[in-house]
Design a protein around this ligand. Structure first.
Ligand code: SAH
Length: 209
């Protein structure tokens, strides 16, 4: 996976390659898919949701340029795989999932792996992290949305720090564009990376169903 699908394409960030090389992806997929865990394709994780293909996980992580001191918000915990990668790269990760069973299962996997710098919340991630429980500094350095949004939800732009980065699949069709936005003067300067295919983010500031 690392040699062919990541390094063999345009994943060059050694920290991302090291973390993805050391994290057991098979622990994040249902038993029936364990033998395909390292194939470069998305896999079902239950409740009609999917874990993204390794290349896209690596690309989104690389684009987020996570530093060791960063506080990161992830929307769409799913299997917990992306949260675990971010946790190994950042200081602290906050992750939101709307489906209870997926969040619970992700919490168990991360606990088993000894990853303790992740806070989980069950609810609508399009509204951002609950204001009463924001990290001390009151904003996030980086935000990653791992489900498709019609546009980057305003509450997430508000919770991003100055010059902070947000990575998200944006679009209303079955194919979306992977966008990297940087916050400058309360607005996002957006750059398109490539076409991607994600399940929808369902919420107040996203798709209604
Ligand atoms: N990052 C995940 C993959 C996520 S798939 C991983 O590494 O496995 C997208 C996830 O977003 C699904 O689990 C879906 O239930 C969740 N989701 C959809 N709408 C949401 C919302 N409004 N808030 C939080 N999570 C949401």
């Amino acid at each position: 996976m690392i040699k062919t699908d990541l390094r063999g394409r345009d994943i060059t960030d050694e920290r991302v390659l090291e973390v993805m090389g050391s994290l057991p992806r098979e622990q994040f997929v249902p038993a029936a898919y364990k033998t395909s865990a390292y194939a470069d394709c998305p896999l079902p994780i239950g409740a009609g949701q999917t874990i993204s293909q390794p290349y896209i996980v690596a690309l989104m992580t690389q684009e987020l340029a996570v530093k060791a001191e960063d506080v990161v918000l992830e929307i769409g915990t799913g299997s917990g795989y992306q949260a675990a990668i971010l946790a190994r790269l950042a200081n602290k990760v906050y992750t939101i999932e709307r489906i209870v069973a997926l969040s619970k299962s992700a919490q168990q996997v991360l606990a088993k792996l000894g990853i303790t710098n992740v806070e989980f919340y069950i609810g609508d991630g399009s509204c951002g992290w609950p204001k009463s429980r924001l990290p001390d500094k009151g904003f996030f350095d980086k935000i990653m949305i791992t489900a498709a949004v019609p546009a980057i939800p305003q509450p997430l732009i508000e919770q991003l720090g100055h010059e902070g980065l947000i990575v998200a699949p944006v679009g209303t069709g079955s194919v979306q564009q992977l966008v990297v936005g940087q916050k400058k003067a309360d607005k996002l300067a957006e750059r398109v990376i490539c076409d991607v295919r994600f399940v929808k983010l369902i919420g107040k500031y996203s798709f209604s169903q």
